[in-house]
Design a protein around this ligand. Structure first.
Ligand SMILES: [Zn+2]
Length: 235
């Protein structure tokens, strides 16, 4: 069997260490995103519940005001009626009668308004109660998700520390010039930085190589693909 180009085994080991580390990073991100999404949903639900509660309070106050106006109108009507009972003459009687009729018409409007305001207050209270229940449920879910995620995240962080150590060891074995190029490539593109030499082309981007590169590959060199920058080697 043909010997591997110098540094290739180390480069492949580094690529493998990076893949393993990246896989853990992806799981950490997914777990964190899940936890954060639940927390965000709970915060949104809490905001909505507090807004709904404020609206219900406003509606309740408006309803109380409308009821008070109606009560005042009714008490005024009673007062006028009592005056009419003791009216001294026809003229006074007629004047009171007109005022009572006008007051009665106003009271009918006030009663209508009070009814509408009460219905609004009831509806707003119902909405607020629903929002509060939603917020409670979302807060419970967020707490559950956070409790689920915490041990998993702790485990993943520990795993990540191990993968970091592996990665450092692997990087330490790669010849310096190759490592510099590798780091640059990994930062730039990521994913499969080392690819095998296929039938005359880069296995990463499928660009065909010229005769000169083919010769270098055949002689056991690691070359950089001129198109995608990946390391290419005959393996
Ligand atoms: Zn390529």
């Amino acid at each position: 069997m043909k010997p591997l180009p110098p540094g290739l085994r180390e480069l492949l080991e580094l690529a493998e260490a990076d893949r393993a580390r990246d896989a853990v990073v992806v799981r950490v991100r997914a777990e964190t995103a899940r936890r954060d999404a639940a927390a965000k949903a709970a915060a949104t639900a809490a905001t909505m519940a507090s807004q709904a509660s404020a609206r219900a309070g406003d509606a309740q106050r408006a309803s109380a005001e409308a009821s008070a106006k109606l009560e005042a109108g009714e008490s005024e009507l009673r007062r006028l009626s009592q005056q009419m009972d003791v009216a001294g003459g026809m003229k006074e009687f007629e004047g009171l009668k007109t005022r009572i009729e006008a007051r009665g018409a106003q009271n009918a409007l006030l009663e209508e308004a009070a009814l509408v305001a009460m219905e609004r207050a009831e509806a707003a209270a119902e909405v607020a109660a629903g929002c509060a229940a939603d917020a409670d449920a979302a807060a419970r879910t967020a707490a559950e998700v956070a409790a689920e995620c915490a041990p998993r995240l702790a485990e993943l962080e520990a795993q990540l520390a191990i993968e970091d150590a592996h990665r450092r060891e692997a990087a330490g074995r790669v010849p310096e010039a190759l490592l510099r190029d590798y780091e640059h490539l990994a930062a730039k593109s990521g994913g499969r930085p080392v690819v095998p030499y296929g039938s005359g082309s880069c296995d990463g981007c499928f660009t065909s190589f010229g005769a000169q590169v083919k010769t270098r590959l055949a002689e056991g060199e690691i070359v950089r693909c001129g198109s995608c920058g990946r390391f290419v080697a005959a393996m």
